[in-house]
Design a protein around this ligand. Structure first.
Ligand SMILES: C[S@@+](CC[C@H](N)C(=O)[O-])C[C@H]1O[C@@H](n2cnc3c(N)ncnc32)[C@H](O)[C@@H]1O
Length: 250
């Protein structure tokens, strides 16, 4: 059985409490399709005050995460992950300066755990920053994949880690009830366009009717309508997707 394990390194593990205990993710964890382990970086602070941050050399606002706390923490978790499980863990470090996360990357991360790809279970170590970020030597030493969830700045990497966990876990076979349900999702490699418009009951609401083709039972016509709708709404909302391929983006 395929599985993905996320090892999340954070200063605020409590942020993940309800995230892990609700809905699809909870069910995937219960069914052992996905595992999430939380590690508090502060546990690697051996001094009396459990200090994990310090002021930047040269001055300036805010605090930086200390290299001599973060590096041993990551190395211990990577070592534990590597010995417990056969597949080499991948280290992702959250930073707004990293490569932009997208559906293609999520697919690649999920695929690493699939049988037939040589994987027995993908291990993703997710390193969340806080404050002004990391001492530069953290990246120099660990050589992580630097990952951003967009061109804006969050207080910490936790929300970004949740976005990555959700995007990856829903691609693990068995996690969603219907195996087809993510095949046509926007941006996915099975689609590459935006998903088409969807409707459910009632058939008419405030004068707005569901397109007749969707209710006539002709599957070939429905398929054609969906493809055309997908293309049209991509042209209207996200023309950039038509102008360059995902390959060019990476
Ligand atoms: C306030 S931010 C630090 C920003 C840093 N001073 C900069 O300008 O690049 C603190 C932490 O939040 C996380 N973070 C913030 N925005 C992010 C984004 N867009 N993508 C991924 N992680 C982000 C990172 O882990 C970062 O170390």
């Amino acid at each position: 059985m395929m599985s993905v394990r996320f090892d999340v390194l954070t200063l605020f593990p409590g942020i993940f409490d309800s995230f892990l205990s609700e809905s699809v993710l909870k069910s995937a964890i219960d069914r052992k399709l996905v595992a999430v382990r939380l590690y508090n970086i502060r546990d690697w602070a051996t001094d009396k005050h459990h200090k994990v941050d310090d002021t930047p050399y040269g001055g300036g606002p805010g605090m930086l995460l200390k290299v001599d706390r973060v590096v041993p923490c990551v190395e211990d978790v990577m070592r534990e992950t590597a010995t417990a499980l056969p597949d080499k863990p991948r280290l992702l470090m959250f930073t707004p300066q990293g490569r932009r996360f997208n559906q293609r990357w999520a697919e690649e991360l999920a695929a690493g755990g699939q049988e037939g790809q040589g994987g027995q279970g993908q291990r993703l170590v997710l390193l969340c920053g806080r404050y002004e970020g990391f001492d530069e030597r953290v990246a120099d030493i660990l050589q992580p994949e630097e990952i951003s969830v967009g061109d804006y700045v969050l207080n910490g990497g936790e929300v970004a880690a949740m976005a990555v966990i959700e995007a990856v876990m829903r691609l693990v076979p068995g996690v969603l009830g219907d195996e087809d349900s993510n095949r046509f999702d926007s941006f996915s490699s099975g689609n590459r366009l935006l998903d088409c418009a969807q409707y459910t009951r009632p058939r008419e609401y405030r004068g707005l009717e569901v397109p007749g083709v969707l209710t006539n039972g002709n599957h070939a016509e429905i398929e054609r309508w969906r493809n055309e709708n997908s293309l049209e709404r991509t042209r209207q909302k996200r023309q950039d997707l038509l102008l360059h391929t995902y390959e060019n983006e990476r």
